[in-house]
Design a protein around this ligand. Structure first.
Ligand SMILES: O=C(O)c1ccccc1NCC(=O)[C@H](O)[C@H](O)COP(=O)(O)O
Length: 211
């Protein structure tokens, strides 16, 4: 059985990035959405990324951002994959000739088979909770049983994940990866190393139980 990967999102400090990597994080998320309390500036992201060791995916996160800003950012920051968390079309997402994940907020009636077909160029679908007016980082989970078990695209599960619901999340839909932000924080944008470690340990424990 494949190991469940983990992305720690909303990284704003180098010490949090290093602690997440030391705990076993596979990916770090940098929020380039200025309305988020976890937003980073280009300069912040550059300095954090420059201090990272190899073999960790750097994810740049956008919400209906201007293409020119993204292109400029890609010339300044070494990102590995883009995460589009707004209403971006498949054509827009694909236009940066970079791997990307499309985040889908799981509002009622979301047809993931249709979405998987629509975003067929995505490397993964990131499924997040839907809360009106809140594009992401809700801290709330959704009904994971709404996720079909026959999607032919990797699923990254997000939304309200915490150490005490990781096992249920993995057993309910066996996602390719888990994405967490609020559940491992002591304050918005400030990660708690102990919570990060406990979260990633809980994933390893859950994977072992699923073997
Ligand atoms: O994290 C944010 O503040 C945020 C703001 C606007 C759009 C997306 C945002 N985060 C995207 C993520 O991938 C989060 O990790 C995901 O929404 C889960 O957040 P949480 O429920 O706090 O674990």
């Amino acid at each position: 059985m494949l190991r469940t990967r983990v992305k720690i999102c909303g990284i704003t400090r180098i010490e949090d990035a290093i602690a997440a990597i030391d705990a076993g994080a596979d990916a770090l998320g940098f929020v380039f959405y200025s309305k988020s309390p976890r937003a980073v500036s280009v300069e912040q992201a550059q300095s954090i990324i420059a201090a990272l060791p190899p073999f960790v995916s750097k994810v740049g996160l956008f919400v209906n951002e201007d293409a020119a800003f993204i292109r400029k950012l890609l010339g300044l920051c070494s990102l590995d994959i883009l995460q589009f968390h707004g209403d971006e079309s498949p054509e827009f997402c694909h236009s940066f000739t970079m791997p990307y994940m499309k985040a889908l907020r799981m509002r009622e009636g979301m047809d993931l088979h249709v979405a998987a077909e629509e975003y067929s160029t995505a490397r993964a679908l990131l499924l997040d909770s839907y809360k009106p007016g809140v594009p992401g980082g809700t801290g709330e989970s959704f009904d994971w049983h709404r996720i079909p078990n026959d999607l032919d695209i990797p699923i990254v599960l997000a939304g309200g994940l915490r150490v005490d619901n990781v096992a249920a999340a993995i057993s309910s839909c066996h996602p390719y990866a888990l994405d967490v932000s609020g559940g491992v924080e002591m304050a918005p944008g400030i990660k708690c190393p102990q919570k990060v470690t406990e979260f990633i340990t809980a994933i390893s424990d859950a994977d072992r139980r699923e073997e």
